[in-house]
Design a protein around this ligand. Sequence first.
Ligand SMILES: N[C@@H]1[C@@H](O)[C@H](O)[C@@H](COP(=O)(O)O)O[C@@H]1O
Length: 632
Amino acid sequence: MNHTIESQQRERVRIHVHDTADEASRALAREIAVLVRDRAAAGRAAVIGLATGSTPVRLYRELVRMHREEGLSFKNVVTFNLDEYHGIPRAHAESYWRFMHEQLFDHIDIPPAAVHIPDGTVPRAAVFDWCRDYERQIKEAGGIDLQILGIGRTGHIGFNEPGSGADSRTRLVTLDSMTRRDAARDFLGEANVPRHAITMGVGTILDARRIVLLAWGGAKARVIADAAEKPPSETLPASFLQQHPDATFLVDRAAASELTRVRLPWLVGHVGWSPSLSRRAVAWLSRHVKKPVLKLLDDDYTEHGMADLLTEQGPAYMLNIRIFNELQHTITGWPGGKPGADDTHRPERAAPHPKRVLVLSPEPSDDVLGMGGTIRRLVEQGHHVTIASQTSGNLGVPDDEAATLADFMIELDDSGPRETGGGSGAALARLIKQQLDSKSAFDGDPPELRRFKGVLRRGEERAALRSCGVSTENIHFLDLPFYEQGRYRQFRAGGADVDTMVALLRKLEPHQIFATGDSEDPSSVPAICFDVLRQALARTRDDGWRRDCRVWLYRSPARDWDIAGIDMAVPMSPMELSAKIQSIRHHKSQRGQQTGEAWQQAGHHDQTVARAYDEFGLANYEAIEPFRQWKE
Ligand SMILES: N[C@@H]1[C@@H](O)[C@H](O)[C@@H](COP(=O)(O)O)O[C@@H]1O
């Protein structure tokens, strides 16, 4: 394994970091095209192992484009898919069979007989023989030339969960609880996620001549670093790829962010100590040696590879105080700026006051989850707060929630048209009930049902924001078209989405924009919403109001932030935290979709940030909502 340079010395597998997932996907598509064409020229088949999930979607789009625009033919291609849920029919909306056809096979000229996907409908008693036959077919095809992989947060490849050995073969497996939780969104509730799957084994995968594992977004960063830098072990099946002679991880910047060369570069070579890197290093050291910053000694620095930082910016006493002050200055109870105060060391400017503040929420509940406490403060401190929910979020509403509301409306109507007015509402409710009754588990919702579910989320959003003090006329629902016309993993934002965003920005001319989703999985709703904002900001770059506008990022509910990356920390008292939790609980349709309710997670994350500030030697708050300033 001689591929590493100094900064990559901890990496036990080849890793290519691309700026974006699109760029990485295009690079892999080019590699596949070369393989396919070379084999065609030699009169031979190219055997490719394929993966499902959000991750390879961009790759498949690019291959379809190459087929349509560049004449890339798949007539000599044979494919073997990694895995499939067991116990769901092919027609199920979430079957991998359907996924592969919708994403790729229906759009290219691959012969149907050349496509192999594990069969999730094989009866339990026949699975063992079926799996052996799958292995035989792979061998007969000459083995896999190139295997494409995604990675689950448990470190699984295919559905080889922790505990899968390096010599495991194609078989029936039980899904891990984290994997089922991650799939809960697609299946509208964890309870609907199948418990079993058929998957190629780790050994089957390792037999491929070349392997490329793809990963995008910050949620994958930890598992990518572990899979690349820790010794191979069954607890993290992707780590076995280290033992393969030709395996590559192809990742975007966000997914690379936990690699030692990115997170702790001073441990693997000489670095230039920029202010932000010094801050990160000191925060890390304090956590690592479990000492508040003001107690760090020169020896602590030198023993942890930071002697040159001391030489440049020390001694420890001076450096400690400087970083202490920097982090101290991120804390503010005035997220819109403190009017009339000296703002030299405050995260936000004092003037103008009040500010026009725009809070963007990818789906209706993201705003209160990420910054419910801060929204309340901004309103209390007299700012003009407008909230815009970018998408309707209707895909996130379980059927039974819609049924409950429809029943309620029908009941009102049945109890006497005079009192209720009767009429169109109840007629709609009856239509919704009909649609729910006749809907198969395999299909998407008809447009009326989606609108109805959207209305439900609007009601919840208004209730949640009302409890934060925001008045109803300041709540906008953008219903961005990419979401209304799409479904999970198939979203595609376009000009109409950006136009909507630009129109809102120009109407409000905000001094502050709060948004989220910047380093998420690029096919997730928050990431697409952020990208739409980014494009709208690029289009309005020369508008006069932009000179006085700051963009703040709030944290997505699923992840912790290192305190060194926080530019503004808004503390909450125990009362304020419980008020925030009450606001979140108004999003009733979102409850019970997974173990660990959203409000518990949000509270837990805010308390984790507060604890990190405390352990660093700053004030001890109940909870903190963190923000980062975004720069183009
Ligand atoms: N069986 C699939 C894996 O093959 C995939 O890699 C993983 C990650 O999915 P995503 O790409 O959506 O993050 O999900 C599932 O568990």
